[in-house]
Write a protein that binds this ligand. Structure first.
Ligand code: NDP
Ligand code: GDR
Length: 329
């Protein structure tokens, strides 16, 4: 609170996992927080995550869409942000093969719409782009850093790589204070149910409560560097407090197989994973990113950031939250 009291932030994707945690972090720091909230047919706007954190009444929501430049410019004009966080995306890798064009439009071109809105209506604002470790894809280096070459392996990753380079270009060509966080996987009780950690913790809670008996998964040999979303949104904020915009890898520096992550969830609930997990090729991907492991050295050195939450503590928190959610239905 206090010294940031006069600052305003605008978050696209405020209704998603990271948007909700980032909104909470910025409200705690005394920011005025605006968010782009696309209309959804089921309930006008998806407020469930903001409600879970109890902050839905403290943010100002604007009607608009990443595909509609006019709506983004109008939002910049009414909100007048000091900081813009572009978190909106079609973010599920699997869906990017069934909807490659939409993924390109939202995740790739959509980011350029936000950059254009900044350039036209709020050029002094600092801009954050949600880049991803998926851009490394078929990596050749055992540990990925800011200098590791990219090799995207999905329509999602290719769209994110375009947005990433456009962010660099707006920084170099137009002097926009634009930074890109290359974030490795990060999870929480607010993670979407289709992503593997939450699918597992929700599945374990259902099995424990007798609502299901099996959990169907794809490639459980894949390895990911998993951290907690609450820790990672802090890195986004720290990047925009730097005088010079730059790109940073945000990761834990530890990689774990899907199998071992699963094991943590099942044993926490006192269950045996082998009694319940069924491998279903339906969840295999046309091209897989087999292993990701990030080197967060630059972020630690320059931003003083490091991951605080262990995978075990996070998965246990997620199982707990899912048991409570399902138990109280
Ligand atoms: P989510 O999928 O939880 O949230 C995505 C957000 O984008 C939602 O608020 C969604 O709105 C919004 N959105 C989707 N399409 C549009 C559109 N056309 N116009 C406006 N808003 C739209 O993602 P996360 O919170 O997990 O991730 C945040 C960002 O970080 C994403 O860009 C993701 O690709 C990227 N990322 C995520 C990582 C992770 O491990 N979580 C790692 C690296 C990068 P609605 O709620 O209405 O659907
Ligand atoms: P990812 O996350 O593709 O890394 O992208 P996801 O949790 O979907 O997959 C992680 C790994 O688990 C394997 N897997 C399964 N995945 C899902 N979803 N469902 C399953 O049943 C299953 N079984 C095995 C996958 O094959 C994969 O190897 C996430 C998203 O948040 C992106 O937006 C973000 O950019 C990256 O993380 C970093």
């Amino acid at each position: 609170m206090g010294h940031n009291a006069s600052k305003t932030a605008l978050i696209t994707g405020i209704t998603g996992q990271d948007g909700a945690y980032l909104a909470q972090l910025l409200l705690d720091k005394g920011y005025r927080v605006c968010g782009l909230a696309p209309r959804r047919s089921s309930s006008d706007v998806n407020l469930s995550r903001l409600e879970w954190l109890g902050i839905e009444k403290h943010v100002e929501l604007f009607d608009g869409d990443l595909g509609d430049l006019g709506s983004l410019i109008r939002m910049m004009e009414s909100c007048q942000p000091d900081e813009v966080y572009n978190l909106a995306a079609q973010s599920f890798v699997q869906t990017s093969w069934s909807q490659p064009v939409l993924t390109g439009q939202v995740t790739g071109v959509g980011a350029v719409n936000v950059l254009e809105a900044v350039r036209i209506a709020q050029p002094k604002a600092r801009f954050y782009q949600a880049s991803t470790s998926e851009m490394y894809g078929l990596i050749q280096e055992p540990m990925q850093s800011e200098t590791t070459p990219f090799y995207p392996r999905s329509p999602y990753a290719a769209a994110k790589l375009y947005a990433h380079w456009m962010t660099v270009n707006y920084r170099e060509s137009f002097g926009i204070h634009a930074s890109s966080g290359i974030l490795f996987n990060h999870e929480s009780p607010l993670r979407g149910l289709e992503f593997v950690t939450r699918k597992v913790t929700d599945g374990v809670a259902r099995i424990k409560l007798g609502l299901e008996s099996e959990l169907r998964l794809g490639n459980i040999d894949a390895k990911r560097d998993w951290g907690h979303a609450r820790d990672y949104v802090n890195a986004m904020w720290l990047m925009l407090q730097e005088e010079t915009p730059d790109d940073y890898v945000i990761a834990t520096g530890i990689t774990t197989t899907v199998r071992d992550m699963c094991e943590i969830a099942f044993s926490y609930a006192g269950l045996n994973m082998d009694d319940h997990v069924v491998i279903d090729p339906k969840f295999y991907r046309p091209a897989e990113v087999e292993v990701l492991l990030g080197n967060p050295g630059k972020a630690q050195q320059r931003l003083g950031w490091k991951a605080e939450t262990s995978l075990k503590a996070m998965i246990e928190e997620m199982v707990e939250a899912d048991m409570q959610r399902l138990g109280s239905r």
